[in-house]
Write a protein that binds this ligand. Structure first.
Ligand code: 4SX
Ligand code: FE2
Length: 372
């Protein structure tokens, strides 16, 4: 009897040594000591519609609201907010805020960005409700960033199970931004003290995407190759994957499934369970859970081949084209939209979506049709 053909082994992400912070150049101004991604400020066109989405559907908690803005937090959070929805003319990202380790690190951020020669603005305590003295900058990638330490503490509702829905969101997890040159953006974030945990590369070493962290999870920031600067998504985490599924069930039950864009599923990169939803202004929000611990100093990097069709969805489900193509406008410090620059290298959607998109995994399983 002929021996059945042995299928080739499934591709696995390559493991590389970790990337400790680059040695400081002599005389260089050290970067601020960043703790984690802390809050995002989004411009929304109809705060009532946004409130209904984030509070009535996703279950975030209102810390404060007024004519201008809604300040939201998740059940585990004790800082004033992790999301500000500010009323404006057109949807945009107003700021991504990082918390730094001490009040002095706010000054360190000011010195660091002044030395980079980008726009820098001091903000008095309360310039954003609930937030102490801060610095806002337009970073070299074109994103409005804030650095703060002090913030108003509010009750932590982690044990208010009577308030939690079955989809209870615990905390903000990460930001994902679209940049034309991922390698350049990765260098900038590494200089800022972030460490890479995973990435997606082509056979020619083109860098398509990169995940970097400060807190001990897979990421605080992810870099997605595409026309940018634009905001790809913000992500909140839950404790259990059943909670992600409940959010989907709830959207179905309320006849609001149109908010679901991609998933639910299991990511290849990060191994997290996920769903992406779009808010009423089409800002993208990910509900994310159970990635892994990354805090040891020699933490290795997982590097995925762009042709591995399990990289973005561990079950091999295709990524919808809108997920690659659509993202939110970002503003400068005066509230003006930032110009967007085209990606010059290959785009992941082009190399993996479409008639000739192919993958290792499903080539090895010819009984299953091609997928992206
Ligand atoms: O699509 S990926 O599996 O690469 C992915 C996307 C992994 C983690 C994320 O947070 C994400 O947004
Ligand atoms: Fe994400």
């Amino acid at each position: 009897m002929p021996t059945p053909a042995v299928p080739p082994p499934p591709p696995v992400p390559a493991v590389r040594p970790g990337t400790p912070a680059p040695a400081p150049r002599p005389g260089a101004i050290p970067p601020p000591d960043i703790v984690r991604a802390a809050y995002a400020e989004l411009v929304v066109t109809d705060p009532a519609a946004s409130r209904e989405f984030y509070v009535d559907l996703l279950g975030l908690v209102v810390t404060h609201e007024d004519e201008d803005a809604v300040y939201l937090r998740a059940f585990e959070e004790y800082l004033h907010h992790s999301l500000v929805l500010r009323r404006g003319e057109s949807p945009a990202l107003a700021a991504l805020a990082y918390r730094v380790r001490s009040p002095g690190e706010v000054d360190a951020a000011e010195r660091y960005y002044r030395a980079l020669g980008v726009p820098v603005e001091r903000r008095a305590a309360g310039a954003t409700r609930g937030i102490g003295p801060a610095v806002r900058v337009v970073d070299p990638l074109g994103f409005p960033l804030e650095f703060f330490y002090a913030a108003e503490h509010v009750p932590r509702l982690h044990q208010s199970y009577d308030l939690h829905g079955a989809g209870a969101i615990a905390r903000l997890d990460h930001f994902n931004i679209v940049v034309p040159d991922v390698a350049r953006a990765e260098r900038y974030y590494r200089d800022l003290g972030f460490r890479v945990t995973e990435d997606i590369r082509g056979a020619d070493d083109t860098l398509y995407a990169s995940w970097l962290h400060r807190k001990d999870t897979v990421h605080d920031i992810a870099l997605t190759g595409g026309d940018g600067p634009r905001l790809h998504h913000i992500a909140f985490s839950t404790h259990e994957r059943g909670q992600v599924l409940h959010v989907c069930d709830l959207l179905g039950a309320r006849r609001r499934s149109a908010h679901i864009e991609r998933g639910p599923g299991r990511h290849g990169v990060s191994n997290a369970f996920y769903v992406y939803v779009r808010d009423p202004d089409l800002h993208r929000v990910e509900i994310y859970t159970t990635d892994y611990y990354t805090g040891d100093p020699d933490h290795p990097v997982l590097s995925w081949d762009v042709r591995d069709n399990q990289r973005r969805d561990w079950w091999g489900n295709p990524v919808v084209p809108s997920w690659y193509a659509e993202a939110s406008t970002v503003l400068d410090l005066a509230g003006k939209p930032q110009p967007v620059f085209a990606r010059e290298e290959n785009s992941e959607a082009e190399v993996t979506v479409g008639a000739d998109g192919f993958s290792f995994a499903r080539d090895a399983s010819p009984q299953v049709g091609p997928s992206t």
